[in-house]
Design a protein around this ligand. Structure first.
Ligand code: TLP
Length: 344
């Protein structure tokens, strides 16, 4: 049976060029800072995001955790969106492992948080209150449908943070999707952030790895935080080699995923009972709702899985599909035809 796997861009497999680079990678002990391939990837990433330094970590979850552990002490507070990945899908690790208190502000449909809401959430100095240290944002915003935050929003947020002596962390798991969609360098989206995490293993198709980027001092501290969560890796050049290929050759092609997502969304919009905001389809993520008395999203996902079309219900009446490397236009056409038959 033909399988069209739209559950996530995390299902992408390494390209043949990545596998060759991994087999041939020069390696060393990265806990001693001696893996030349890891060092090269970290330098490339720092240059790409225009930050002083970068650190390879095992996953996006680890990258966000290590960043927040570095910015905040126990009892400090981070302001973040109610739909943030860190708030919803990382097991509350910042609280469980870091004692960091999350202060939640609503995410708007465009993925931002209202700046007045953020300002109102900042704690004044008072013995009863936690101390606000950090604002965390996400670009692209996963649960809001892969929407992009603009350099203009980031600049306004940067002004606000500096006025209050706060830092900014950017969960840029898909920052290159935002960069390609907006036609601006990723560095422009990262300028106002003190730390940025981005993933190699989503649309960029590397098998493992994320990078945390920031000032040299921040990365020195983050390296300690990575070690205490068990993320000090040894001959990690095997992983980094695929990451180098990802950064060199997989960024520009993200535009194809975005075009396929639009084609998919426009097709879905035609079906009875499907509600979709086409304006939210800006990158590789398509979120839509099913409003039918005869079928829940869970049931639709199960029926479609039997036909080889895989996607995820994400709570309530909503479902998510993600396009990626390995999914071609004809695969989207096939998926749409299967769904059309089921919803007819
Ligand atoms: N998101 C994954 C799963 O968690 C659901 C996905 O399929 O979208 N930040 C953002 C914005 C993310 O979307 C993700 C992964 C992470 C962080 C965590 O990355 P990993 O999975 O590498 O720990």
């Amino acid at each position: 049976m033909k399988i069209v796997d739209l559950r996530s861009d995390t299902v992408t497999k390494p390209t043949p060029e990545m596998r060759r680079a991994m087999a041939e990678a020069e390696v060393g002990d990265d806990v001693f800072g001696e893996d030349p391939t890891v060092n090269r990837l970290q330098e490339m990433a720092a240059e790409r995001l225009d930050k002083e330094a970068c650190l390879l970590v095992a996953s996006g979850t680890m990258g966000n955790l290590v960043s927040l552990l570095t910015h905040c002490g126990r009892g400090d507070e981070v302001i973040l969106g109610d739909n943030a990945h860190t708030y919803n899908y990382e097991q509350g690790g910042i609280a469980a492992l870091g004692g960091i208190h999350p202060r939640v502000v609503p995410n708007l449909p465009d993925g931002t948080m209202n700046l007045d809401d953020i300002e109102a959430a900042i704690r004044p100095e008072n013995i009863h209150f936690p101390r606000t240290r950090l604002i965390a944002v996400e670009n692209t915003h996963n649960r809001m449908g892969g929407v992009v935050l603009t350099p203009g929003y980031m600049a306004s947020l940067g002004d606000l943070a500096r006025r209050h002596g706060l830092r900014i962390h950017l969960d840029g798991a898909r920052i290159f999707n935002a960069s390609v969609a907006l036609g601006v360098p990723a560095a422009d989206l990262a300028r106002d952030a003190d730390s940025v995490m981005f993933c190699l293993s989503k649309g960029l198709s590397a098998p493992v790895g994320s990078l945390v980027c920031g000032s040299a001092d921040f990365i020195a501290e983050a390296t300690r935080a990575r070690k205490v969560v068990g993320g000090g890796m040894r001959q990690a050049g095997i992983i980094a080699a695929a990451g180098i290929v990802a950064l060199n050759s997989m960024v520009d092609r993200l535009a194809e995923d975005h075009a396929n997502a639009r084609f998919l969304a426009e097709g879905l919009a035609e079906f009875p009972g499907v509600a979709i905001d086409l304006g939210s389809v800006q990158t590789d993520i398509v979120i839509f709702a099913l409003h039918r008395p005869d079928m829940t999203p869970q049931q639709l996902a199960e029926i479609m899985a039997e036909r080889g079309v895989l996607f995820l219900p994400i709570g309530g009446d909503r479902m998510r599909m993600v396009t990626h490397y390995g999914i071609e236009r004809e695969d989207i056409a096939y998926a749409l035809e299967q769904i059309r038959q089921v919803l007819a």
